[in-house]
Design a protein around this ligand. Structure first.
Ligand SMILES: [Zn+2]
Length: 234
């Protein structure tokens, strides 16, 4: 259903009335590092707002204008049942929607769902796969209109990859595991339009940019996360 309106924009023809000033459709890719990793060079000194609000947007106004379905590929090397994978992602969706309303559409299991390098293909997905850097836990690519007047900005696609290098599961049951619900909830914050936080004063937030095995603090939202999702979707 996305193609119907994505393709005309690529062709630069017949934009809906009022969207003439809208910037190009572009991608932002978020790379979630394990705790021990050095601060990534683009992290800067904070959230760019000059104060510690502990939330950040990809771009103000860049949000879902209508809820789109997403597809969860449960295929994994760690013995997690499809129902467990699906419930971990669904719990993450619910965490954000409890404060942001209907941000996401319906989720469904689909073994053909694939990250595909984060390419724009009209389908929102989560899947497991290999990644070139073993220090990277997960990657989420978000496509959208991030420039131009905020009222014309919007998100149009997201794709999430969980790095198979780590052993995934339920960290409540085993602290050595990378907790799927914990990481999925963080990554879904990007899918909803929120950015990473790297200040240690924001380390209790779901959108804090680092994680490690055994961590479950990101499963539910903290005050900054709640303010952020409410500001974006009010
Ligand atoms: Zn992140």
């Amino acid at each position: 259903m996305l193609f119907a309106w994505v393709l005309p924009v690529f062709a630069q023809v017949s934009r809906p009335r009022g969207l003439e000033d809208r910037g190009p459709l572009t991608r932002i890719t978020f790379i979630h590092y394990r705790n021990s990793h050095a601060k990534p060079p683009w992290a800067g000194g904070g959230n760019g707002k000059g104060e510690s609000k502990c939330y950040d947007f990809l771009a103000r106004g860049a949000q879902w204008r209508s809820a789109e379905p997403y597809f969860v590929n449960p295929t994994n090397e760690d013995g997690m049942a499809p129902a467990f994978v699906e419930s971990a992602v669904t719990a993450g969706v619910s965490a954000w929607e409890a404060y942001g309303g209907e941000v996401f559409g319906e989720g469904a299991l689909d073994t053909s769902a694939n990250y595909n390098g984060g390419d724009l293909d009209g389908v929102n997905t989560t899947s497991f796969g290999s990644y070139s850097d073993n220090g990277v836990i997960a990657v989420t690519t978000v496509w959208g209109y991030f420039s131009g007047p905020p009222r014309t900005r919007e998100l149009v696609e997201w794709d999430m990859l969980f790095n198979e290098y780590f052993t995934w599961g339920d960290a409540d049951a085993n602290q050595t595991l990378m907790d799927l619900q914990n990481i999925a909830t963080h990554e879904l914050g990007h899918s909803a339009g929120l950015g990473d936080l790297y200040e240690t004063s924001c380390s209790s937030e779901t959108m804090y940019g680092y994680s490690s095995e055994g961590e479950t603090i990101k499963r539910d939202l903290n005050t900054g996360d709640i303010t952020g999702i409410q500001e974006l979707y009010r």
